[in-house]
Design a protein. Sequence first.
Length: 359
Amino acid sequence: MLELVDHVAALTEYRDREALDIGLAQTFMVLFKPLKVAIYSVVSDAKDQRWVPLTMMRPGRPAETFSPLHADFRLLQPLQDVPYRWQCLNTRLSVESESASGEPGTVVTCLPLSSEFSTEEGGVIEVHTQTGLTPEDHDIARRVLRVYRNMQNMFAYSERDALTGLLNRKSFEDTFYKSLREEALPSVDEPQPMIAGEAAAVPMRRVESGEVFWLAMVDVDHFKQVNDKYGHQIGDEVLILVARILKSTFRGYDRIYRFGGEEFVILLRCPDHESAMQALERFRVAMQNYPFPQVGHITASVGLSEIRSSDTPGAACERADLAVYHAKRTGRNQVCSHAELERKGLLQDDVKAGGVELF
């Protein structure tokens, strides 16, 4: 019992989702002595939903972690291809399977990471054992997962914009740096100690997609006039609807942030400049055509910049902001690329485009 209390207490010490997932996997490894523990989440592209691994752990080996930002969506398993996970996700109840793919003779117990009352897609944790979990084990797992969910809710509260539900500026920097490609990563096969307090320091394995990360800044045109004419309550409703259009236009593994006011930022992954421009143009058209209640039609100006390997968040945002400024200065309701404007000599170096302050 004291061991369980120690591990539950340790879960409350983690300060980011990745470390918390590793801590949860380590706790299950110690408590249940399984052959393997794996945590999966769900990513989507339109209506196509797939499993993305987050953390995997085996006895005597360091944790393997995977970044959804870098996963090749085409290689991920569709949800329905793993029936026991699919059932667990849908019912939010534990499910046992007699064998796991590639591991005959084992029992896989799949437990939901979200409760039955949650509206989030969530994910699952798999515990691979030779005999399955006992009723007492299930009871312990439920109690540990309750603490885990409480911690996830705390992270969500601190990461999300209260009005729109989008990610907030505070959570931007960490994701930005994760988008930068790493030239060399330590081997996951090198033996390393698994110390609960050092969970965040274990090596990361990434599945490279061959795509490039782009940063786009979105600024709602004439938003001040909306507030002045219709009031801030209607203005807030407009921002909520803009957030919905953004979420419905971009893929589930793209990251969308509200930076404050009428300014939004998108971190997206596309194979080339043309694809990124097409994705943003789809949003611009959807925004232009949407009938906002009481207000009518509203447009947005968008600036795009490729994220460079040596970038800081401020540098990438400054380039995108310059492109937004050009879009607004030359008519609004358009998508402008910093690279194209620079190539054509259309950027004005003496113009300060807002001096974006991130943190």
